[in-house]
Write a protein that binds this ligand. Structure first.
Ligand SMILES: Nc1ncnc2c1ncn2[C@@H]1O[C@H](COP(=O)(O)OP(=O)(O)OP(=O)(O)O)[C@@H](O)[C@H]1O
Ligand SMILES: [Mg+2]
Length: 275
């Protein structure tokens, strides 16, 4: 397998001959943009959840998205991950992946990882088992879960564990972890896929202050190697991690800028923050 990977790296991401399929070449970020959403609208019957929304996320950026309940923040993540299709408009990952034409699995394989609002770890499995379950399957072998780990999976496991700092709990059933630890485990599970773009939907909801602080540290660490889009209502958390903040309301962008800038924006005060 390591030969195969070396071979694949040397040939522009194509898998070597004889394996019956070719791998996509990987997202093309040559223009410095990881995600392009252009004039995206999503209609649910007669309700418009996203309204002509255009959003560009630069490679390596950590973008925070805030806004009132029902603003369309989760719907935006659903569009990016293929769970919901844009009714009109386009969504591209890099120059080359037309997200509206890809399945959720293809989008995950292309390098977009997402954490949902509620943690979805397998409570009866240990931390390690949860991480292994999240490792990409080698489609050529059936016996993957209990068989020996491929070297790159071991590496991904070590890196994930180190980032989420759950090494001492690897044999603990996930059901016995605290809420915050479960959220970190889920982030670790998505890191097993080696995503380029990570979407986090309300990662600190329900966390203690200490867990929230630790999650802010984790986001800043992840930023070193990933592009991140983080949706949150917790303003002190946003204040700790944010660079550019986008405020969404009624499916459209209300304001963009630093947190201080958007907090001083009259529209934002009126429609979101209150006086
Ligand atoms: N599948 C669906 N069918 C119909 N309406 C939907 C669907 N999904 C979302 N909506 C509606 O679209 C609007 C936007 O919802 P969304 O979940 O994106 O908001 P949000 O910004 O994530 O809110 P919150 O901060 O509460 O999580 C809401 O009014 C919601 O009821
Ligand atoms: Mg939401």
């Amino acid at each position: 397998m390591s030969d195969l990977l070396t071979n694949s790296a040397q040939h522009g991401g194509q898998l070597g001959e004889g394996y019956g399929r070719t791998k996509p070449q990987g997202a093309d970020f040559s223009h410095g943009i990881a995600l392009y959403l252009e004039k995206v609208s999503v209609w649910f019957d007669s309700f418009r959840a996203l309204n002509d929304l255009s959003l560009y996320i630069a490679e390596g950026e950590l973008r925070c998205i805030i806004g009132p309940n029902g603003a369309g923040k989760t719907t935006l993540m659903d569009v990016i991950t293929g769970k919901t299709r844009p009714t009109t408009g386009t969504a591209f990952f890099g120059q080359n992946y037309d997200l509206a034409k890809m399945s959720t699995e293809q989008i995950a394989e292309a390098g977009i990882g997402r954490k949902f609002q509620k943690p979805t770890v397998f409570e009866n499995f240990t931390v390690m088992e949860n991480l292994l379950l999240a490792a990409p399957r080698d489609k050529r072998v059936k016996k993957s879960f209990f068989s020996r780990l491929a070297p790159e999976a071991q590496l991904a496991l070590d890196e994930s564990l180190q980032q989420i700092r759950l090494q001492e709990f690897i044999h603990k059933p996930a059901g016995l972890l605290s809420h915050g630890q479960k959220q970190w485990l889920e982030i670790g599970m998505l890191l097993m896929q080696r995503p380029k773009l990570i979407l986090l939907d309300e990662p600190v909801a329900g966390m203690t202050d200490a867990e929230t602080e630790r999650t802010a540290e984790l986001c800043l660490e992840l930023k070193k190697n990933h592009t991140l889009v983080v949706v949150e209502h917790d303003m002190s958390f946003i204040d700790t991690i944010s660079e550019k903040v986008t405020v969404l309301a009624q499916g459209a962008i209300l304001a963009e800028g630093t947190l201080a800038e958007v907090q001083a924006n009259e529209d934002v005060i009126e429609k979101y923050l209150g006086r």
